[in-house]
Design a protein around this ligand. Structure first.
Ligand code: CP
Length: 307
């Protein structure tokens, strides 16, 4: 059985197939409105979410299927001490496919070993967020018309930001992509990403401390929030949280066709004045998340049936 735990679980061909399917769903929604009739998606969210959980649920509903699940560990039997393994074993009796978010890195991987139905990692700690990556890839492809030959700036909390880790891994499959990592020293990308992805692959990268020094070179600027929930102490969070604030003044030097992405939620790192600039893609990106999750649910259920 195929699960989606890490963006590298998908080949380039599978990613292209999913993005093509998402484009077709956007163009022809009626064609897909009952393709998952009588199927059930369980959303097991042990950690808060707005976009990922609700877009998964909207996706399944728009495919004609049903949803069940919980939105916090507090409303599940995890509070009574039930293990992730037991939870998933039981929920796979009730649902055909499971999307799971958990604060512990590796929890969805453990779940996949125990589950009788496909598991989708909807975010595990500071590790991976593969469906956000599919959302980001669909957005970049729809905005720029390509996934190769580009310079991508990632800005903010690159240490704890799992969406950045997953995006870097996925983009390592495409040619002539250069990453510029913009962060304070304490929030640089983890060594394992530098060693396993950048240094072993063909993709180049550089690290800088300010947006200003690189903004005129970027095709894509991927902003992220400082991940308060993963800090060990509040003082460090308060010191670092407003390091980067993108505003119209900073955008003066940017390319006319820059695409500004953000996985959201945003805190302070993009001023609301930027929202009206056509280069701001982040709300279109959130909508793309629903379509790419529709494509993913459909493909994974078809794979189970051997279609
Ligand atoms: N982008 C993202 O994962 O948002 P949520 O935490 O609201 O799901």
């Amino acid at each position: 059985m195929k699960h989606l735990i890490d963006p590298m679980d998908l080949s380039v061909e599978e990613i292209d197939e999913l993005l093509d399917l998402a484009d077709d769903i956007i163009a022809n929604p009626k064609k897909y409105e009952s393709v998952c009739a009588h199927k059930k998606l369980a959303t097991l969210f042990f950690e808060p979410s707005t976009r990922t959980r609700l877009s998964f649920e909207a996706a399944m509903m728009e495919l004609g299927g049903n949803v069940l699940g919980f939105s916090s560990a507090d409303s599940s039997s995890a509070t009574k001490g039930e293990s992730v393994a037991d939870t998933v074993k039981v929920v796979s009796c009730y649902a055909d496919i499971i999307a799971m978010r958990h604060p512990k890195e590796g929890a969805p991987c453990l779940a996949a070993m125990k589950s009788d139905v496909p598991i989708i990692n909807a975010g595990d700690g500071g590790h991976n967020h593969p469906t956000q990556t599919l959302t980001d890839l669909l957005t970049i492809r729809r905005e720029k018309g390509r996934l190769d030959n580009m310079i991508i700036g990632c800005c903010g909390d690159l240490k704890f930001g799992r969406t950045v880790h997953s995006l870097i891994k996925a983009m390592s499959r495409y040619s002539n992509v250069h990453f510029i990592m913009i962060s304070p020293e304490e929030l640089e990308i983890p060594d394992y990403i530098k060693e396993e992805v950048f240094e072993q692959g063909d993709m180049s990268y550089e690290q800088v401390r300010t947006i200003d020094e690189v903004i005129d070179r970027l095709d894509v600027l991927y902003m992220t929030r400082v991940q308060r929930e993963r800090f060990f102490n509040e003082a460090d969070y308060v010191r670092l949280k407003d390091t980067y604030i993108l505003n119209m003044k900073k955008l003066k030097k940017a390319n006319k066709d820059l695409s500004i992405l953000h996985p959201l939620p945003r805190v302070n790192e993009i001023s609301v004045e930027v929202d009206d600039d056509p280069r701001a893609c982040y709300f279109r990106q959130a909508l793309n998340g629903k379509y790419v999750r529709m494509a993913l649910i459909l493909k994974m259920l078809r794979d189970v049936k051997g279609e």
